[in-house]
Write a protein that binds this ligand. Structure first.
Ligand SMILES: C[S@@+](CC[C@H](N)C(=O)[O-])C[C@H]1O[C@@H](n2cnc3c(N)ncnc32)[C@H](O)[C@@H]1O
Length: 259
């Protein structure tokens, strides 16, 4: 029995402290550990999903109608309970400063997940401005709707369910959008390049539209980076930071469309 207890204690320490502390420094290992192993195990044991657990934390601890409180509850949960793929607090500050400086009227987000960044952006928009956020996973979309409404932002943030490639060509007609002032790209990284080319083709960008792309280092979007950095259509700059809730390098690429 002593051996068994020793083994259990060692396993507990390994899973709760040692592995999480070590993987913090490597983006790939962190994603493998948090996004595959831990998530699948917790889903099986609790019979809930990560977005549902995140929503529960918001409903239990965040003040209704208070976006700041929703954001800090999610950040606290993801730092202390379980990691999740939100843009996070550190890159979130960069996102905040880009949005505040621009003061956009029309905003598009690709990839809502649980609505964390939608709340972050939505809380900074001035009256009359709106954010359309696209999410193709119906389970994530259902959670995000609850999170956005818990933050009291349902009139500013409109969640659109479906794939970016299907929606982008229909945005103008469906939502009466002429062009976007600001676009946050945070969906699957293989989609970034095709989707900005589609946005260009559909004439949804204007001179001065700002694109901000998350995770350009980890997991990485090399074809997108090469395009915006080399194309004369963009003035592009990298903001170095860390993968959400870790110490591994990641960053945001801000690209201004020159028309
Ligand atoms: C990194 S998460 C978004 C995190 C969110 N922006 C935040 O910071 O809180 C990426 C999300 O994009 C969604 N997604 C991926 N490809 C998509 C596509 N082509 N169209 C719509 N949603 C997509 C995924 O289902 C996932 O929820």
């Amino acid at each position: 029995t002593n051996h068994c207890i020793g083994l259990l204690v060692a396993l507990y320490a390994l899973c709760l402290w040692i592995i999480p502390a070590v993987v913090q420094y490597s983006g790939c290992l962190a994603l493998l550990w948090h996004d595959v192993i831990v998530e699948k195990s917790l889903d099986t044991v609790t019979r809930t999903t990560r977005p549902q657990r995140l929503l529960k934390a918001v409903q239990d601890r965040a003040i209704r109608g208070n976006p700041k409180s929703v954001i800090s509850v999610i950040d606290h949960y993801c730092r202390n309970q379980e990691w999740a793929m939100n843009v996070g607090d550190e890159k979130g500050f960069i996102l905040d400063s880009v949005v505040s400086e621009l003061n956009p009227q029309t905003v598009l987000e690709l990839g809502t997940y649980c609505g964390y960044s939608a709340v972050r952006i939505g809380r900074l928009l001035h009256s009359g401005a709106r954010l359309l956020t696209l999410e193709f996973n119906p389970d994530y979309a259902a959670v995000a709707r609850e999170v956005i409404s818990w933050a009291g932002l349902e009139n500013t943030v409109q969640l659109v369910e479906g794939a970016s490639g299907d929606w982008i060509p229909r945005l103008r007609e469906h939502f009466g959008i002429h062009t976007f002032d600001f676009i946050f790209l945070d969906h699957w990284k293989e989609g970034y390049l095709a989707d900005i080319k589609l946005l260009e083709e559909c004439r949804l960008l204007r001179k001065g539209t700002v694109l901000l792309a998350d995770n350009v280092v980890c997991p990485g979007a090399p074809d997108y980076l090469e395009y915006v950095r080399k194309s004369p259509l963009y003035d592009s700059r990298y903001f170095k930071s860390h993968l959400e809730y870790t110490k591994a390098e990641d960053g945001l690429e801000k690209s201004v469309y020159l028309g």
